[in-house]
Design a binder for this molecule. Sequence first.
Ligand code: GAP
Length: 441
Amino acid sequence: MDAAPVLISDLMEKVTNLAKRRGFFFQTAEIYGGFRSTYDYGPLGANMLRNVRAAWWKAMVQSRSDIVGIDAAILGPAAIWAASGHLETFTDPLVDCLKCKERWREDKIDGVCPNCGSTEFTEPRAFNLMFKTQAGPVEGEGATAYLRPETAQGMFTNFNNVLATTRKKPPFGIAQIGKSFRNEITPQNSIFRTREFEQMEMEYFVPPAEADQWYRYWVNARLSWFLDLGVPAELLRLHEHAPEDLSHYSKGTTDVEFYFPWGWDELEGIANRGDYDLTQHSKHSGARLEYFDQASNERYTPYVIEPALGVTRALMVFLLAAYHEDEIDGETRTVLRLDWRLAPYQVAVLPLSKKPELEGVSEEVLALLQRDFMCDYDVTQSIGRRYRRQDEIGTPYCVTVDFTSLEDRCVTVRDRDTTAQSRVPIAELARHLHERTTLNH
Ligand code: GAP
């Protein structure tokens, strides 16, 4: 077996501290003592979440003619979840420690209470992970609604709508990004597993005979997506589930796993869902969720290949993979080597001094770059300190405006990774940065 990758010591603590200190994410309701396992994303986190979603949407929807996107409701009637199997089987085994009374997910604790070390528990009970609520002012059966525990069902329930409005034919996919909710028994590891989270899922509908081939295709395509965005290959691996570990709907599942500070764990799942979902929704709703192939005069229920990833989990992985400490001029620096597509800011505009003479041209440069790039603007502290602050949040380029800029209309562009600096005319600045970023992708 390959040796486990070596991570920076205390990586998890360093990244979560950085996330809080610089404004990637905070605990929800912190001023009220916090709300367990729920996070709010700050100015940097909100930018980065948008970038993670955009990178996924570009790869999965924009650059393909066989996949379209939708945006379905979070609230839904019980009927959806009866058909999908979630009402009955979307459960985790819940046990209570007989000594300290803490509640745990039985399959996560190896028979020993992580709180008090006791090995005595109640019998496991099936605990449904869905958040149940009520729609409208009347209580009772018909008013029961659920917050979706995955975005996937919106793609199945809209199968006919999408077919009719887009005239796609298998193999084709429906993609969606949005919030999902699970009442996890033991949420853990910062934003890795939370009760409210966001997913990016794509349901790829294929002729049954092609299912296995597309399953392999999507496993490789999804692994490549992470590599392309700079996650090192040695921190990623594929793990195929044993038949007895498969979810109720799955004919085969492979996880893209990441080497987290606590070991290998799931980052994304790619499943062959067979015809389970369309068949179930056809049965329960009475609608015919099939494809009629005019060429062969055949009607069939497509199989579904599904890559499913958490936006927030991906954000955490990109932060963990990007975190580095190196030495510049004898000084240790923290640098997030984030791909420019993911970095909260692509450019920081830094006037060398606070003197009013530099204000006009600095604001001119900022306005010029803001048309194309997400920019930070920072006039506080020494230029060296400001470079470090930008390195720490992963800004790929700093643009420094100095007194010579007033005469030669040039600025200094500094590269985060090499710290190399070059002098660039303001008139060519946007093109210069485009060549290093967008034009390469
Ligand atoms: N539609 C299939 C599905 O939802 P899943 O393996 O339960 O499959 C897919 O979830 C992905 O969603 C996971 O690989 C993970 O990235 C993310 N995810 C699931 N539960 C999560 C949670 N409680 N917190 C954060 N991300 C979660």
